[in-house]
Design a protein around this ligand. Sequence first.
Ligand SMILES: [Zn+2]
Length: 96
Amino acid sequence: MAVVYTVTYIGGSCGKLLKSENEVQLHATRSGHTNFSESTEEVKPLTEEEKKAQLDKYCRSVAKIIINISMRTQYMWYIIKMEYRRKRRKKRFKLI
Ligand SMILES: [Zn+2]
């Protein structure tokens, strides 16, 4: 199994942990701190159970989004249908 490392940057002036070069840049421009040091951390590979748990969490969030979209679509269809019926009714009254 491949060993994964993440590089974190530590602000020398404030000791703040920054996860990416982008964060370093952002922090540098915001705070004016210029002194940063790198630290390399080994990331432990996930166990099978952890992987399953992550996948499960991911699947659930995707399912939630899909349900949300389909509910919205159904609602939109309902609104369109009602609007259409309302217009048709108006036309009928005009004819009379
Ligand atoms: Zn800083």
